[in-house]
Design a protein around this ligand. Structure first.
Ligand code: TYM
Length: 328
């Protein structure tokens, strides 16, 4: 039987955080044996916000290395850079014509980003979710492993695909989201009511963060004055730490509560820092090793794009035919 297919991607728009790792990358690594996985560095998405060309260029290569360092073995899956496969931009245009302004106006990420980048509310920022839908639908993906913040975009993707399929018969596979129980919403350590984000270094931990700083940031993380470790409504700081620890160790909230019964936040934070450091150290070492072998990284993203192009072009052919375009 053919394996089901997975598609997911990360923007090269800043240093990856443990939010990206626990919400996405760590889960991807666990799915590569069971699924036909396609993972992209989504550089077309990144320019919806201004990027420095040199930094963007370096970050794309760094992201390929971080994918592999996190266990995304390129021998077992496809890793490529989005701009190397023109079909993404092509399908995105087509789907723009099947997506309503009202649907895009409802997107919370658009509202959030346009308030943070008020001097650059460009059309790409607005139609960003359509490009994301194109990414997924091009590969006829069954499953899309993402963090919780991408749920709304995924729903839009399904709506657009269903609309297209209604008009032209079955064209696209309708994808399902894969959002893990623990780690899907890693919050800012200093402001745990806000999502941990690449753009807020103070409350976030980078995947490549200096190890001493990882421990320091966990120790300084916001908690509360209750003094016991239990997942409870409204305890944003503690709930966040439980989910970080749970996502790293794959323990449930119940198991974590039992483990720290009668213990204080000091012990809890020490355990989190140790678990996190043990997880990050080998990733960082592998990353350094990979960055010293740029030829290898190039061979990964070149052969990845070759395979991606083949699948994506097949979908474009199908879409063109359905719409009524003359065959190339
Ligand atoms: P991006 O680049 O912002 O984030 C990459 C992945 O990391 C997850 N994530 C988080 N998970 C838990 N806690 C957090 N604090 C946290 N921050 C980020 C995101 O949910 C995501 O899974 N639009 C996407 C990129 C994209 C994509 C796609 C994803 C473009 N095309 C097609 C899947 C399929 C984005 O901006 O993710």
């Amino acid at each position: 039987m053919e394996k089901k297919r997975i598609f997911s991607g990360i923007q090269p728009s800043g240093a990856l955080t443990i939010g990206n790792y626990l919400g996405a990358l760590k889960n991807w690594a666990q799915l590569i044996d069971e699924y036909d996985c396609i993972f992209s560095v989504v550089d077309l998405h990144a320019i919806t916000v201004r990027q420095d060309p040199k930094e963007l260029n370096e970050r794309c290569l760094g992201l390929i290395a971080q994918y592999i360092a996190c266990g995304i073995d390129p021998e077992k899956c496809t890793i490529f850079i989005q701009s190397h496969v023109p079909a993404h931009a092509e399908l995105s245009w087509i789907l723009n014509c099947y997506t309503y302004m009202g649907e895009l106006e409802r997107m919370t990420q658009f509202k959030d980003k346009s308030s943070r980048h008020a001097d650059n509310i460009n059309a790409g920022l607005f139609t960003y979710p359509v490009l994301m839908a194109a990414d997924i639908l091009l590969y006829q993906a069954d499953l899309v492993p993402v963090g919780h913040d991408q749920k709304q975009h995924l729903e839009l993707c399904r709506d657009v695909a269903e609309r297209f399929n209604r008009i032209y018969d079955d064209t696209f596979k309708i994808p399902e989201g894969y959002i893990a129980k623990m780690g899907a919403r890693v919050m800012d350590l200093q402001n745990p009511e806000k999502k941990m984000s690449k753009s807020e270094p103070a409350g976030s931990i980078a995947l490549l963060e200096d190890i001493a700083s990882v421990t320091k940031k966990i120790k300084r993380a916001q908690t509360d004055s209750l003094g016991y470790v239990k997942f409870e409504e409204g305890r944003h700081g503690i709930n966040n730490l439980i989910s970080i620890y749970g996502a790293v160790t794959r323990k449930t909230a119940d198991e974590i509560e039992n483990e720290f019964q009668g213990k204080g936040y000091g012990d809890f934070k020490k355990a989190i820092a140790e678990a996190l450091v043990a997880e990050l150290e080998p990733i960082q070492a592998k990353y350094q090793e990979l960055m010293n072998n740029k030829d290898y990284l190039k061979s990964v993203y070149t052969s990845g794009a070759d395979r991606a192009r083949e699948i994506a072009d097949e979908t474009i052919r199908k879409v063109h035919q359905k719409i009524g375009y003359i065959e190339r």
